[in-house]
Write a protein that binds this ligand. Structure first.
Ligand SMILES: Nc1ncnc2c1ncn2[C@@H]1O[C@H](COP(=O)(O)OP(=O)(O)OP(=O)(O)O)[C@@H](O)[C@H]1O
Ligand SMILES: [Mg+2]
Length: 423
């Protein structure tokens, strides 16, 4: 190990040049430009704390590995449409799974559901082969109302136009109901199930708010609960309520929960993801309390479509405390707000031909705009530039590995298919 824990082979330390910490400055005169060996680059820019992840190959054909810990906590994967962002994310995901990391993917295009599934031993229930678990929001993956959480539920109801006064009555009554349920649970261990149907019945019985406007308030609540029911994100009975922590247990030692949110409406998606983030936060707190620290790596494809700015700020700013690592994958480069870019530990850039976009993204990188522009505007197909903790802030380019033997077809359906004439 060299200075700063950077990777140096034993005995090679003297023969390799040691680089100074770089701040992005490039001298413009009286310099000789010469090629450095991959070995020297690896020794100075990458390190190995025992969790190497192979992402691809260098231009000279050597395997390109990064240290897993250096991926923690905030990562951005961006580039134009079709440049290979999702592909690189899958490479990262599979390497993380193979290294024993628990992952969560918010999949809005059914792109990750074809990755190898987790295999359990039918007798012991133990994991035989690491892989993904496909959770279909609105299908086999629905949440109970209590589990969903009051705050995401209020967000959804208000997005459905619930007036403020009614919202207050509803929130107060439900907060009381959950407090009663908790007290009962402590006393007797079990409580009667309260689902959306039961809450709708409460509105039917005018249990929210009193006085002269009780009818109006309850009517308003009732109609919004009807809308909530139609989102299909809530369990219709206790058996249907999935448990995130139970699924998480199966991938805690390597694997991914692929949460397929493609079937949900935009509104439902936002509330649902907010609820899941809350549940993930609880999982993290449990890991902290138990000193086990199996924190998730979360992949957000096109986060801006379903994660509110508030939630993004929350994830990014609390990541270090909660242990969560996130990957924001997007082609909407201007949609990446400054909080993410400034907090990003690593930027994975695929081809970005537009000057404006490069300028935006450069705000988050520890290098100057000119260097970035020179490289990322003409990155070759299937190549990525990475800069950040994984590269000691040097910009490195690598060819992203193929996903051998894995169905990467996604769900793009074509009318005109190769070699198949239209009848
Ligand atoms: N390193 C690679 N090796 C082999 N094929 C790749 C590689 N990178 C990308 N591809 C292929 O190129 C195509 C586009 O890649 P991908 O879907 O990852 O792009 P994207 O940037 O996510 O696009 P979009 O913006 O549409 O989501 C896919 O068919 C993918 O399998
Ligand atoms: Mg994609």
């Amino acid at each position: 190990m060299g200075a700063n824990g950077r990777r140096l082979k034993p005995g090679k330390e003297d023969s390799l040049n040691r680089w100074e910490q770089w701040d992005g400055w490039i001298p413009t005169r009286d310099v000789t430009v010469e090629r450095t060996t991959d070995e020297e680059v690896f020794a100075n820019a990458t390190r190995n704390l025992g969790h190497p992840l192979q992402l691809g190959h260098t231009l000279a054909g050597h395997p390109f590995l990064v240290e897993g810990q250096d991926l923690e906590k905030v990562n951005v994967v961006t580039g134009v449409k079709g440049s290979g962002k999702s592909h690189l994310s899958k490479v990262l995901l599979l390497q993380l799974i193979a290294s024993g990391a628990p992952c969560v993917v918010f999949d809005i295009n059914k792109e990750y559901i074809h990755l190898p599934k987790v295999e359990l031993d039918p007798e012991t229930g133990k994991v035989r082969q690491r892989g993904i678990i496909h959770l279909e929001a609105g299908g086999n993956f629905r949440l109970g109302v209590r589990q969903f959480g009051l705050s995401p539920m209020m967000t959804l109801l208000q997005r459905f136009g619930l007036p403020e006064v009614s919202a207050l009555y509803f929130e107060n009554r439900l907060a009381r109901l959950w407090a009663e349920a908790e007290a009962l649970e402590r006393e007797r261990g079990r409580v009667p199930y309260v689902g959306l149907e039961q809450i709708m019945q409460m509105a039917e019985n005018n249990e929210f708010g009193g006085g002269s406007n009780a009818m109006v308030v309850n009517q308003a609540i009732r109609s919004r609960l009807e809308a909530l029911k139609n989102t299909n994100i809530f369990a219709r009975n206790p058996q249907e309520a999935a448990s995130l922590s139970e699924s998480y247990r199966r991938i805690r030692h390597g694997g991914a929960l692929v949460i397929d949110i493609s079937a949900l409406s935009n509104l439902a998606r936002e509330g649902f993801v907010q609820a899941i983030i809350e549940l993930i936060k609880d999982l993290c707190l449990w890991e902290i309390e138990n000193g086990t620290h199996r924190f998730p790596f979360i992949f957000f494809e096109e986060a801006h479509l379903y994660v509110s700015r508030h939630s993004i700020d929350y994830i990014v700013t609390r990541a270090r405390h909660l242990g969560i690592t996130s990957f924001f994958v997007t082609n909407m480069i201007h949609g990446l707000d400054e909080t993410i870019l400034r907090q990003a530990d690593n930027l994975f850039l695929l081809r970005i031909p537009f000057e404006d976009d490069v300028r935006h993204v450069s705000r988050g990188a520890a290098t100057d705009y000119e260097t970035m522009a020179a490289f990322v505007r003409r990155l070759r197909q299937h190549h990525a530039l990475v800069i950040g903790n994984v590269t000691a802030q040097y910009p490195l380019i690598f060819r992203v590995d193929r996903l051998a033997g894995i169905n990467t077809a996604g769900e793009t359906r074509f009318f005109f298919q190769r070699g198949v004439p239209v009848e």
